[in-house]
Write a protein that binds this ligand. Structure first.
Ligand code: GDP
Ligand code: MG
Length: 453
């Protein structure tokens, strides 16, 4: 069970307790403590957090309009958000120069590519600099990533001195809005590494010096952030592999304690798997309350590539044509599983749907090419004889056609749920989705399940 599920479990104890008393609060805070310590959050921070919740629960005069239960739920949620970083610090929109530093395997090179794509999508002309001269393969790795997103990458063959590479890159790369330099790591922040990144730093003079670390280091992130800060004045952090680690909470809270703002999180291996970090958004997502804003942002980006409007993508009438387009577009946003997770609907999505392959999509396309326009617009008319005809026409089995129809139906119900959620989110617009609204949404969503089989 992941951190999010455990935290949600703890909150559910509060939400569902028939008698809202000390016992329920104790049970819930104990669950919270277990979840946070398992995520490698520093023990003292965990104790401070639960003390605040207990104080909130004991408060004599409650804020107007809130029941004691609502008050405690809200304090708990707010405290969790504050623990992993609050929401005020955002990544700069148009930095001119970014230097990425960190140890081996932290994710610097991958992140350099992801950042380049991220800012390129926001209209900036981005150039990459391969300043990891320590490992020859590193240059190639960055060049490959740059090739994928079709941006320029400066590298010198056999260049040994990283600072010299950077100097040369700066002379040759004029007319870029932003330059991102990837640097070498070591197994530890030793003298050689400090010397090297100091030299790069004084040659490059970047206003942004970001430390890249994997989530798996947990609370050690604090020590590393402090050490790198002492060496080159790190002013931002990127936590990678948050998708695969149970210690993300520990790493995030440790950066918060070290006063190093986390600007981005890496959520997968693909170039699109980078997200601006926002504690509230992150928490509501891992706890399964959905992350509609992130999804809409992604939907917007994908629709720009696909020439689909977000309305059509997410709200459009759900005929088979739209289904196919949506499926393709949804896949571009990441795996369907990830999209469902952002919606807080992962548990309710059929497994086959989450594991939809390109091959299957191609099969769907072939079958749909054998359908009439009317059949695509109203799949309800697909009788046995029509199914037979479509199977023949596309060289598929009748069962494949039935599977397509079934998948369409299932997706239709998932998207219908999304629409409802989105309306709620719009109503709750402003400072994001607050806990009460989320809890309400969550409660409602569960009830709705019955309507959608
Ligand atoms: N799952 C996942 N893997 C990542 C992420 N970021 C980086 N990686 C992987 O982590 C490994 C090390 O990354 P790399 O960029 O080479 O690290 P570097 O040594 O700091 O340059 C590679 O296998 C990457 O694919 C992420 O956000 N999620
Ligand atoms: Mg590297």
């Amino acid at each position: 069970m992941g951190l999010g599920e455990k935290l949600r479990g703890a909150m559910e104890i509060l939400r569902k307790a028939t008698v809202f008393d000390k016992g329920a609060i104790k049970e819930s805070t104990r669950e919270l403590q277990r979840a946070l310590i398992a995520a490698d959050v520093e023990v003292q921070l965990v104790l401070d957090l639960t003390k605040k919740i207990e104080d909130a629960a004991a408060l004599e005069k409650l804020p107007a309009g809130l029941s004691r239960r609502e008050h405690v739920l809200k304090v708990t949620y707010d405290q969790l958000v504050a623990l992993i970083g609050g929401t005020e610090k955002k990544a700069p929109e148009k930095p001119k120069k970014i230097l990425l530093v960190g140890l081996f395997g932290g994710g610097k090179t991958t992140t350099a590519g992801k950042l380049a794509k991220y800012y390129m999508k926001r209209g900036l002309k981005v150039g990459l600099i391969a300043a990891d001269t320590f490992r020859p393969a590193a240059v190639e790795q960055l060049q490959q990533l740059a090739g994928k997103i079709k941006i320029d990458c400066f590298a010198t063959k056999g260049g040994k001195n990283a600072a010299k590479v950077v100097e040369k890159a700066m002379r040759e790369m004029k007319g870029y809005d932003m330059l991102i330099a990837d640097s070498a790591g070591r197994n530890a922040l030793d003298k050689a590494l400090v010397k090297e990144i100091k030299e790069i730093n004084s040659a490059f003079k970047p206003e942004e010096r970001w430390l890249v670390m994997g989530a798996d280091i947990g609370q050690l992130a604090k020590k590393q952030a402090t050490a790198f800060h002492d060496a080159v004045g790190v002013n931002g952090v990127i936590i990678t592999r948050i998708d695969g680690s149970a210690k993300g909470g520990g790493a995030l809270s440790a950066c918060n304690v070290a006063k190093c703002p986390v600007y981005f999180i890496g959520v997968g291996e693909k170039l699109d798997d980078l997200e601006g970090f926002d504690a509230q958004r992150y928490l509501s997502r891992v706890m399964g309350y959905g992350d509609l804003r992130a999804l809409l942002e992604k939907a917007k980006e994908v629709s720009e590539e696909e020439e689909l409007s977000p309305e059509e993508l997410l709200m459009g009438e759900f005929n088979l044509d739209v289904f196919y387009k949506q499926l393709k577009a949804t896949r571009k946003m990441g795996s369907l599983g990830k999209v469902a997770e952002m919606l807080g609907l992962k548990m309710q999505m059929p497994r086959e749907m989450l594991e939809m392959t390109e091959e299957k999509l191609d099969g769907f396309k072939a079958m749909m090419d054998s359908m009439t326009k009317q059949e695509k617009l109203s799949p309800d008319i697909l009788s046995h004889s029509r199914i037979q005809r479509i199977a023949k026409g596309s060289g598929k089995k009748e069962n494949d056609v039935r599977e397509l129809i079934r998948s369409h139906k299932q997706m239709a119900s998932v998207f219908k749920k999304f629409r409802k959620l989105d309306e709620k989110a719009l109503q709750a617009k402003g400072g994001g989705l607050d806990m009460q609204k989320l809890a309400q949404m969550f409660g409602k969503k569960k009830k709705k399940k019955k309507h959608f089989r």
